[in-house]
Design a protein around this ligand. Structure first.
Ligand code: HEC
Length: 256
């Protein structure tokens, strides 16, 4: 079963299944118990001698009830008497003592395993490890999504790595027409406030992707990946207001 991908309904179904299982086991145990009691009663009625089963003898032993309560009370009764209220010096029943010792043994094992030999990570480390795995998973996911970027969902990138990548793409593919610093040449100046096709990331992405073939702007959709177009478009927008030397005169409308 793939627990990581289970939806809320899946969990609900699992919980219900487990609940039904527990109820079934309880019903079964009750049935067995009732049958055993009935057998004893029937035997007693027919005068047969009732042999105590190994099981019930064992239960009495770990429950500390081998002797009848009246006998035990005689032994355990303390001497003092507070206005007729007396006290029994009861011991823990063996099963409880056993449980106590078991927890002590467990704690020693736990201490050795987690704190001395460090066989397994502690809670905090476990959290860090899971967070790291999740970050890696997110990166993987982003890679598969990178090629789904288009003009309807593209976002402006501002991290240094993306702008650096965008600059490399620009210098290699765009500088010939737009100038090394985006100051313009055959193509328009990309650093001023005047734009022919709009100045938000979606407009720029679109113009780079499909080009303006009749005006000499090349479509890049077949030679650059969507993510690369996003990077170079973000880089272009980062050039705005850089005032490089020898700028080409503004073309188009002032764009906010
Ligand atoms: C062959 C020359 C040439 C190349 C190479 C070129 N462009 Fe262009 N680009 C142009 C021309 C010409 C225009 C103007 C189109 C028009 O007048 O509509 C233009 C327009 C643009 C515009 C729109 C500007 C505005 O004012 O709206 C952007 C953005 C742009 N180019 C980015 C790029 C990018 C990024 C690259 C590289 C991936 C690139 N261009 C490569 C020639 C080129």
């Amino acid at each position: 079963m793939d627990f990581a991908n289970m939806t809320q309904t899946d969990w609900m179904l699992l919980a219900i299944l487990i609940l039904i299982g527990i109820i079934a086991i309880l019903v079964l145990l009750t049935g067995v118990y009732v049958a055993a009691v009935l057998r004893i009663i029937l035997k007693q009625q027919s005068g047969e001698e009732v042999h105590e089963s190994l099981w019930s003898r064992w239960l009495k032993k770990i429950g500390g009830t081998e002797q009848p309560v009246e006998v035990q009370e005689q032994v355990l009764m303390l001497d003092h008497n507070y206005d007729g209220i007396r006290e029994l010096d009861n011991h823990m029943p063996p099963w409880l003592k056993f449980l106590y010792f078991a927890t002590v043994v467990f704690s020693v094992g736990y201490l050795l395993a987690y704190h001395v030999f460090e066989w397994a990570p502690l809670q905090e480390e476990e959290f860090e490890i899971e967070m790291q795995q999740a970050t890696i998973a997110i990166e993987e996911y982003k890679k598969t999504q990178a090629n789904l970027i288009d003009e309807s969902n593209v976002e402006l990138l501002s991290d240094a790595a993306a702008l650096e990548a965008g600059k490399a793409i620009f210098v290699q593919n765009c500088a010939a027409c737009h100038g090394n610093e985006g100051q313009g040449g055959v193509g328009p100046n990309l650093t001023d406030d005047a734009w022919l096709h709009g100045c938000n990331i979606k407009d720029v992405f679109k113009v780079v992707k499909y080009g303006v073939p009749q005006k000499g702007m090349v479509p890049w959709q077949n030679s650059l990946k969507p993510q690369e177009i996003q990077q170079v478009a973000s880089y272009v927008l980062s050039l705005r207001g850089t005032n490089p030397p020898n700028p080409k005169e503004p073309q188009g409308e002032k764009c906010e």
